[in-house]
Design a protein around this ligand. Sequence first.
Ligand code: SAM
Length: 274
Amino acid sequence: MPDDGIDQDAFRKFEHDGWNSLSDGYHDHWEHLTPQIIPLMLERTGVGVGSLVLDIASGPGYAAGAAAAMGARAIGIDLAENMRDLAAANFPDAAFQLGDAEDLPFAGDSFDVVTMNFGVLHFPDAEKALAETFRVLKPGGRLGFTAWEGPEGSALGMATAAIVQEGTVKVDLPQGTPIFRFAEHAECARVLGAIGFEDIASTNTMLTWHLPRADALMESFRQATARMSALLGAQDPAKLPAIKAAMTEACKPFDNGTTTDLPMPAVLTVGRKP
Ligand SMILES: C[S@@+](CC[C@H](N)C(=O)[O-])C[C@H]1O[C@@H](n2cnc3c(N)ncnc32)[C@H](O)[C@@H]1O
């Protein structure tokens, strides 16, 4: 086990297996959530007609698909086979392949733009993955990546607080990158600056998760996200009704009678390879 406490192989397998089994659930529940920030990411990275774009941790293909729709030549890469297949079915105008963000199967100086939408917190070694983006970018090319902000003021924090209150977060799961690490502008600037990026800028943006009802949060998290699904799966089953009730209570202030609109603040960070 390395000094940072992350067993990299165990975490990579956990992520692969989790996302591979949750690909359809992720798409069902978050198809309208994570894409909300993609137009800003593509604008800030300068994607246009003919740009060569690599989208890392492409999941169901949203960012690569959006870039292709703008006339870019887009490739998405993901660790999970089922995500790759779902992306290929969703966005036939982009190309999707399997691969690891920490060991990209591309030559240096290849891409005009690299995007990574809510991918960075899923890599065992985030610095290594970010250094890989620098390697494959052409000089002058831009990286854009996003991360969730929280826990305060986020549905992620609301769900975690309910588990702390009625269950436990002290469960035996592989540890990875701390979930909110790349919400810190200074940390993004430090890590990207050390790699060699210039013109680094982070921007806070509010995304909204539209749930059908206040009591849908626990099941939606369970069906859509690898870490929260595993955390809920590790709870004493007898405590799940109380956890669900606490999550529902936390959601009620956001219920408008038709939908429950939960805040999901996020941070977009962009850097340029000199
Ligand atoms: C939260 S999803 C993000 C999906 C998508 N980018 C979006 O906009 O919604 C995280 C994705 O990271 C992928 N992933 C996890 N570890 C990876 C790795 N080491 N290399 C490449 N992809 C990885 C997962 O398979 C999953 O599809």
